[in-house]
Design a protein around this ligand. Structure first.
Ligand SMILES: Cc1cc2nc3c(=O)[nH]c(=O)nc-3n(C[C@H](O)[C@H](O)[C@H](O)COP(=O)(O)O)c2cc1C
Length: 269
């Protein structure tokens, strides 16, 4: 059985969100996603766990934000050094977000080839989602971010996308990270061998606040933010398997005369 759906929001989006919401309501731990990229040197797939940080501009309930708007504003004001801040309006879209270190292998792999797949297994509901598409790196603006496809992605946000502040989105996720994850961005690069001489200064097992209280902490945060990046996923094919009911559905994206068109097909599992 196959059908064509024309809508700004993909038909798999509400299904995935309903699984996520079920996990939240039941206080189940949201599982990580497995991100596979192509290692252009070995020509083999490279796979690792990553944490879903929500949809671009998504609101607290659907994302994993720890802070409410007021606390977020305080954090952003300090980081951007401004007295007032207009938060991005809450958006509804299909662009998934993770955060990462620009020095990690996945970043160079995605820059070389943005093609990738996310595999996400929800054991409590028996759902597997495989989401494939392209992923784009949003680094600190102090680093050359000319490669990030701001214009290409803007139609996939929504009408308020013109004023969408991507740097605010990056900092929002920074403010919402756990302190032990933030400190990883001031360590030596991921994958670099540990030397004996690193011992006192490697920030392993340390925490880092979102904003600095003194000059030294502010400097550490500035350095960490240089390495902190978002990865934005533009998905064009989704395969969902419902293990408990032996159902499997695929959705394929096509852009046709300015419309987003998804073909939905029920297939054998
Ligand atoms: C449960 C779990 C969640 C993780 N989440 C992330 C993440 O959100 N972003 C990230 O860059 N690495 C994350 N990692 C670490 C990666 O799996 C990986 O080890 C690291 O990013 C280096 O990968 P790369 O060299 O292939 O880039 C996570 C690891 C685990 C076990």
């Amino acid at each position: 059985m196959s059908s064509i759906i024309q809508n700004k929001i993909a038909p798999w989006n509400s299904i995935l969100k309903s699984v996520i919401m079920k996990y939240k309501m039941e206080s189940f731990r949201i599982p990580p996603m497995q991100l596979s990229t192509i290692n252009h040197i070995t020509q083999r797939p490279a796979n690792r766990n990553v944490i879903f940080r929500g949809f671009v501009g998504g609101y607290k309930e659907q994302n994993f934000d720890l802070l409410d708007d007021e606390k977020l504003q305080e954090c952003l004001k300090d980081l951007i050094q401004t007295s007032s801040i207009m938060l991005n309006s809450k958006l509804e879209n299909d662009l998934l977000v993770i955060s990462t270190d620009i020095r990690s292998n996945k970043v160079s792999q995605l820059k070389e080839n943005p093609g990738c797949e996310l595999c996400w297994w929800f054991p409590e509901t028996g759902d597997q989602f495989r989401l494939s598409g392209n992923a784009y790196i949003l680094p600190s603006p102090s680093i050359n971010n000319n490669d990030f496809p701001f214009l290409m992605l803007s139609p996939y946000l929504n009408s308020s996308s013109i004023s969408f502040d991507w740097e605010q989105e990056r900092l929002k996720i920074w403010c919402n990270l756990l302190p032990e994850i933030r400190s990883s961005f001031i360590r030596p690069p991921p994958g670099q061998p540990i030397k004996n001489t690193d011992n006192n200064n490697n920030y392993l097992g340390k925490k880092l606040n979102a904003i600095g209280k003194d000059k030294n902490e502010k400097e550490l945060i500035k350095n960490a933010l240089e390495n902190f990046a978002l990865v934005i996923f533009k998905i064009d094919f989704v395969d969902r398997v419902q293990l408990n009911t032996e159902k499997r559905t695929t959705w394929e994206f096509r852009e046709k005369e300015g419309n987003n068109e998804w073909t939905e097909v029920d297939v054998y599992p």
